[in-house]
Design a protein around this ligand. Structure first.
Ligand SMILES: O=P(O)(O)OC[C@H]1O[C@](O)(COP(=O)(O)O)[C@@H](O)[C@@H]1O
Ligand SMILES: [Mg+2]
Ligand SMILES: [Mg+2]
Length: 333
């Protein structure tokens, strides 16, 4: 069987006019960084990368060593070859400018370097999430304001999943494509063309320990699922919660389902739990490109006008029919 590498796939996309040489190279640099992160993640205790870093990030969360390592790998790789003007990361408070003596590129890169940090030390899947925007300053130096573009303006989005195998999932606005890392060859191989989310599902993902804080529409929706065959839905539902958004979303992309981190009394002051610019927006683009839907419970995530780089939002995404139902319950309440 002919094996198509990520590079070959991207060249095909470029030939078909779906991407530019600059965007192709940017994605290749991100993929190279992902390989380096994958090596560190898989070595675990052997490389001494587990445990706390002893520092807090901008959001006041304790950083793990791998949060810091993954962030450094992505920043360094992209400073020197990513056709970028600037970057933004979950682990960095301010916009990270590309060094001054280097020509500015036309894109902005945003990322969550290590998603699912609480799973690092217990050897459960973690990931990296990224989003690419245009630099509205042309070749000028971007400000935080320049990053505050709605998700519908993303030119590419993707994530890497460091699981039993390392996978890279990518969209440049023409469907969702999956690649699996061949560790011996060091190449990402095109294994999952045009991934789609089934419209209906019997599986849901939510942190049920927050049930007492949920709003009434979420209480109603989950109670109906839990009622199973004898309830209004007339069928049984199963539940899964990895607590790594990348892993939970990847399951939904593979076999359908709904993922929710809704607004609740615990996270109301912050606006939600998950970050808009480098968690919700890229995942929303991927899920929509795969035929699913993504809302805050009230509005489409990709239509939100961001107000802050590290803004948090409620997230409801996955199989379209289920997301529509949850959104309808919110709008009716
Ligand atoms: O600990 P909880 O409430 O289950 O939250 C899990 C969620 O938090 C996150 O781990 C947040 O991501 P980070 O690890 O990048 O901070 C998501 O991946 C996941 O969906
Ligand atoms: Mg995260
Ligand atoms: Mg993170």
């Amino acid at each position: 069987m002919r094996r198509v590498t990520l590079t070959q796939f991207l060249i095909e996309q470029q030939r078909a006019g779906r991407t530019t040489p600059e965007l192709r190279l940017l994605i290749e640099v991100v993929a190279r960084a992902v390989k380096a992160i994958s090596v560190n993640v898989s070595k675990g205790a052997l490389a001494g990368v587990l445990g706390e870093a002893g520092t807090d990030n901008v959001q006041g969360e304790a950083q793990k060593k791998l949060d810091v390592i993954a962030n450094e790998i992505l920043l360094q790789a992209n400073e020197w070859g990513g056709h970028l003007a600037a970057m933004a990361s979950e682990e960095v408070e301010e916009v990270h400018q590309i060094p001054f003596d280097y020509p500015k590129g036309g894109f902005l890169l945003l990322f969550d370097p290590l998603d699912g940090s609480s799973n690092i030390d217990v050897n459960i899947s973690v990931g990296t999430i990224f989003s690419v925007l245009r630099n509205p300053e042309g070749d000028g130096e971007p400000t935080e304001q320049n990053f505050l573009q709605p998700g519908r303006d993303q030119v590419a989005a993707g994530y890497a999943l460091y699981g039993p195998s390392t996978q890279l999932i990518l969209t440049v606005g023409d469907g969702v494509h999956g690649f699996t890392l061949d560790r011996e060859m060091g190449s990402f191989i095109y294994t999952h063309p045009f991934m789609t989310v089934p419209n209906e599902t019997q599986e849901f993902a939510i942190n049920a320990s927050n049930a007492r804080y949920w709003e009434p529409p979420v209480q109603r929706y989950i109670a109906e699922l839990q009622a199973g065959k004898s309830g209004p839905r007339g069928k049984d539902f199963n539940m899964r919660w990895v607590a790594s958004m990348v892993a939970d979303v990847h399951r939904i992309l593979t076999r359908g389902g709904i993922f929710m981190y809704p607004l609740d009394e615990k996270c109301r002051d912050k606006g939600g739990k998950l970050r808009l610019m480098y968690e919700a927006n890229p995942m929303a683009m991927i899920i929509e490109q795969a035929g699913g839907a993504a809302t805050t419970g009230r509005e489409r995530i990709m239509d939100l006008q961001p107000t802050k780089l590290h803004q948090r939002v409620p997230v409801v995404l996955g199989s379209a029919a289920e997301v529509e139902r949850v959104t309808k319950y919110h709008l009716e309440s």
